[in-house]
Design a protein around this ligand. Sequence first.
Ligand code: UDP
Length: 327
Amino acid sequence: MKRVLITGAAGFLGSHLCDRFINEGYFVIAMDNLITGDLKNLEHLLENENFKFINHDVSDHINLDGELDYILHFASPASPIDYLKIPIQTLKVGSLGTHNLLGLAKAKKARMLIASTSEVYGDPLVHPQTEEYYGNVNPIGPRGVYDEAKRFQEAITMAYHTYHGVETRIVRIFNTYGPRMRLNDGRVLPAFVGQALRGEDLTVFGDGKQTRSFCYVDDLIEGIYRLLLSDYTLPMNIGNPDEITIGDFAEEIIKLTGTTQKVVYKDLPVNDPLQRQPEISKARSILNWEPKVDRAEGLKITYEYFKSLTEDDLHKVEHKNFEQYVK
Ligand code: UDP
């Protein structure tokens, strides 16, 4: 039985990865320090004999007995508001955490895949973003702690690949959504749906003309799985190129939820990228992958998930005051 270590396992993407690898017949070692993750996302796996949860911060040295075939490093705060709340941990998990895990991969002769991000392109001057684009990142801006940690993560991963011969894979993940997103993580989809469910107005930042391209989680997980098992060692974009303005997205959420609330406009956060769309011809040709779930279908499933949460979850909003993070 192949053994895989998944970090950030109690988070949105990590928990979906755990499900996928359990279903594929792997033994899954799930690691998380639960700083932004939630054990509820793994509740259904805790009794599984092929699953083991370890509460550990990967920025600290990692001791792990036994063999390991694969490591998937998905531990990191991942919403702009989180990096502002916990900037040092964000920097550490991308840098020190990645270093520790690469050392582990080297020792165990495991293949390691790291979760990189469209944020390495910053506020992009090339559209759509190809993997060859170097990006436009402000290192000392509010997003710098995440963006630069992820850029460092790519650099050290390529260095371990080149100098130590560690087998590595790098996925650049674009905006992804689906069940198990944190309703209160501040990102646009849970923010809008949460507001609709609580009967609040939807807060669009800036003029709403900035764009994003949203990928349904099952599509993303399929792309990651194929990349891991492929021979491709350079960074690869995985995302859905179907681009939409945030203003239009708010209208879609209003329709989906049937809310009678309106849109209110707030300041655009500093360094908020104005446009984002993955160029995915590499994923198409090398992995034979492309997204299958369109936004209407994915949003419906995600909305059902948010509706199934308790009143308690719905009102446990950590970040109502966005003005704090736009300055
Ligand atoms: N956004 C918004 N209202 C919100 C939350 C986010 O208009 O309540 C905007 C945000 O300014 C950005 C886009 O939605 O332009 C996506 O933001 P998110 O935090 O989801 O992720 P990002 O893609 O910026 O990392």
